[in-house]
Design a protein around this ligand. Structure first.
Ligand code: DSN
Length: 409
């Protein structure tokens, strides 16, 4: 690379990724092929519009590309193109959710999701996000005792608030959602059901999480979490809703599609259709369960008792450590996690009571249950005994065993 400053930073970041145990539940490592597609000449092309109706000429190849990716997306999730449409242009999850809401819910109406400290997401009607300014966000809470969703309470709230659209999904709920129950709830109040499967899309593709499609009206997913693709999003919608959604993605809120990213989505979808991806998805769930169980045995309180997905949350404050303090200590030892509010958290969102952990990234490295047990021991040593330097060596040994992109350091 001629630009030595940027080249140096790329190398530094690659080294950081190689030397760090990444337990951030929303991160993953893409394949070399996905990286190649991201860095391809598709980045040079403007193609506002959709296949065969572009505002720019020279779109013959990118039309084929977008159609290929759309076909792959529908096929991966076993959807009939007669009933479902997919838009592969959203730049990421936040604009995708905004486009869906703009297309389907009149401004000022109510939308319902899970509260942020219960595992929800900002774009599900929070004031800090445009979704909370343009619509009235109402939010369901978890049961105080079980810290799980109580679907009877969700129904009660839906009946009281009468939202026009209900969102199932979030970013820190560790249990599989019951889409059939969500369907009954939306039907009872004549609302639409949007499933935000950003976190667990890869598990759905790999058969390790129930598919939401038989119950949802719209399904949004980012492509860079468990699905292991580039940073972008997909919107699947029932045919009768798709025209409005397409119009809202472009020209509503976006300009030209990022065709290099769409190419990379296509590669990721292709990879997710291989039998090996099913194994990967199942291993993610196994690894997460083992890591959570081991930490529990070592005296750490799991929010809601555990997990049957790719992530879980620990109430570190129960053992006297705030989320920030825990994440800082772990980072010093070479482990990255993110801070997370626990249900009904009394602490500030900037330094909440817990941390969120997920195993999608380390499972991509090839780690299994054995490594999860070692990592649980390492985390305990860091957080309980403040052991950093000895632990750093153990982290380094572990990282060296699983080089990414064939890179050894
Ligand atoms: N920021 C993502 C996550 O970490 O879950 C959600 O948008």
């Amino acid at each position: 690379m001629k630009d030595k400053q940027t080249e140096k930073l790329i190398k530094q970041e690659q080294e950081r990724q190689n030397k760090t145990l990444d337990l951030i539940a929303s991160e993953n490592f893409v394949s070399k092929d996905v990286l190649d597609a991201l860095g391809s000449v598709f980045t040079n092309k403007y193609a506002e519009g959709y296949p065969n109706t572009r505002y720019y000429h020279g779109a013959e190849v990118v039309d084929k590309l977008e159609e290929l990716v759309r076909t792959r997306a529908l096929k991966l999730f076993k959807l009939s193109p007669k009933k479902w449409n997919v838009n592969v242009q959203p730049y990421s999850g936040s604009p995708a959710n905004l486009a869906i809401l703009l297309a389907l819910v009149p401004r000022g109406e109510k939308i319902m999701g899970m509260r942020l400290d219960m595992g929800g997401h900002l774009t599900h009607g929070y004031k800090a996000s445009a979704t909370g300014k343009l619509w009235q966000g109402v939010h369901c809470v978890l049961d105080k005792k079980t810290e799980k969703l109580d679907y009877r309470e969700v129904l009660k709230l839906a009946k009281k608030e009468k939202p026009k659209l209900i969102i199932a999904g979030g970013s820190a709920y560790s249990w599989k959602l019951d889409f059939k129950k969500f369907r009954k709830i939306v039907d009872a109040v004549h609302a639409l059901l949007l499933v935000d499967m950003s976190h667990f899309a890869g598990l759905v593709a790999g058969g390790a999480y129930p598919s939401p499609f038989s119950c949802a009206d719209v399904v949004m997913t980012t492509t860079h979490k468990t699905l292991r693709g580039p940073r972008a999003a997909l919107i699947f919608s029932k045919k009768e809703l798709s025209k409005n959604i397409d119009r809202m993605v472009f020209p509503g809120i976006q300009g030209g599609p990022h065709l290099n990213v769409i190419a990379a989505i296509g590669v990721a979808l292709h990879e997710a259709s291989f039998p090996g991806f099913k194994k990967y998805a199942k291993q993610v769930v196994k690894n997460t369960r083992v890591l959570a169980e081991e930490l529990k045995k070592l005296g750490w309180r799991m929010v809601s008792g555990g997990t049957n997905t790719h992530l879980f949350n620990i109430d570190t404050f129960q053992n006297g450590i705030s989320g920030n303090e825990a994440a800082d200590l772990l980072e010093k030892a070479g482990i990255v996690v993110n801070i997370e509010a626990i249900p009904y958290d009394l602490r500030s969102p900037k330094d909440p009571s817990g941390i969120r952990l997920g195993t999608a990234a380390l499972t991509t490295w090839g780690m299994k249950e054995k490594e999860m047990k070692i990592i649980a021991g390492i985390i305990d040593k860091v957080l309980r005994k403040r052991e950093i330097s000895s632990v750093k060596k153990a982290v380094s040994r572990l990282c060296k065993k699983f080089p990414i992109y064939g890179y050894r350091w």
